[in-house]
Design a protein around this ligand. Structure first.
Ligand code: NDP
Length: 296
């Protein structure tokens, strides 16, 4: 079997086009645009690239991008004060604080200072609780992107066996909640799981969010399964730096029915879903109908 490649890059372009279309209607009808504020503390090179890409794509879909670049030594009270200011700003509909934060800052406290209605990353404890109880929430961008691709590929996910490898708060746990919300039978695996290969082989949907390069091989994939590779790992191979996922693509693609590549799979969907979430936050704030197909 050779797997169908789920093209996250093309799918993300479609999502961005949908968002852009909504935004242009909002501008025409209301003379305003949704605004996304992104706060970066420090100079972590990967975070700088993410923030730049987020800013560019926000502007490309017609939204307002507001960037705050703070010194690495910014004290907690200054960051918290900035978030309070953004919470109160009627032109800001989404707020994202780029993680990880420098060690002296309390990430939980900072994230929980964001108004939950503007929490476009979906990390605020209120949104985590709402998602966990099946209520309307802001949904973390990476798992939302995975869900959109799965729904697009399968239609209904009801009754499928889903295995999520990884239990982080930003990917694994919300991914499992979303799959449960779509009536999958969900298993969450982690570093203490026994016979992980056997657990994975039971999956109709296998999501790898581990942070270990190419750990999931074809031997762990059930024939015909859909494999979603969330991992982004930089490795040295043949003297070059290469981006690989948590799945060994070549071997898994021989067994799976469908698979996301790295790069070009889950990665591009994450920013597209951030833009979708900002649009959703705007529509909710204004009492407008939510955009169809862009939320969980
Ligand atoms: P974390 O490090 O927070 O979590 C990793 C999870 O994997 C943990 O639950 C850990 O288990 C589990 N794990 C680690 N080693 C093993 C193992 N040998 N067997 C089974 N489980 C294991 O990572 P994140 O969730 O933040 O990210 C996961 C991956 O996704 C990374 O590669 C990251 O770069 C990528 N990522 C990609 C995004 C995108 O936009 N595409 C966005 C966010 C992340 P335990 O809890 O027991 O320690």
């Amino acid at each position: 079997m050779t797997a169908t490649i789920i093209d996250g890059k093309a799918f993300a372009a479609k999502v961005r086009a949908q968002v852009a279309d909504h935004v242009s209607k909002i501008k025409a009808e209301r003379g305003e645009a949704p605004g996304l504020a992104v706060v970066l503390v420090g100079e972590d090179p990967a975070s700088q690239v993410y923030v730049r890409n987020k800013g560019t794509q926000t502007v490309e879909v017609g939204m307002k991008s507001i960037e705050y670049k703070l010194d690495a030594s910014t004290p907690q009270n200054e960051l918290v004060a900035l978030i309070h200011k953004l919470n109160a700003d009627p032109e800001v509909h989404g707020i994202l604080v780029q993680l990880p934060l420098p060690g002296h800052l309390n990430s939980d406290l900072v994230i929980n200072t964001i108004d939950p209605a503007k929490d476009v990353d979906g990390f605020h404890i209120s949104n985590v609780g709402l998602l966990g109880t099946g209520q309307k929430s802001m949904v973390p961008c990476t798992p939302l992107g995975c869900l959109m691709m799965l729904r697009d590929h399968h239609g209904s996910l009801a009754g499928m066996n889903a295995v999520v490898v990884g239990r982080s708060n930003i990917v694994g746990k919300p991914m499992a909640q979303l799959l449960l919300g779509d009536s999958c039978t969900v298993t969450i695996a982690h570093s203490k799981t026994k016979d992980l290969g056997a657990v994975c082989r039971g999956a109709d949907i296998l999501v790898a969010a581990v942070g270990r390069p190419e750990m999931v091989t074809g031997e762990w994939v059930k024939p015909g399964a859909t494999v979603i590779d969330v991992g982004i790992n930089r490795i040295e191979r043949d003297g070059k730096t290469k981006l690989v996922g948590d799945v060994h693509f070549e071997s898994a693609a021989k067994v799976a029915g469908a698979i996301t590549p790295v790069p070009g799979g889950v990665g591009p969907m994450t920013i597209a879903c951030l833009l979708a979430n900002t649009l959703t936050a705007y529509c909710r704030a204004k009492g407008l109908p939510e955009p169809k197909g862009l939320t969980a």
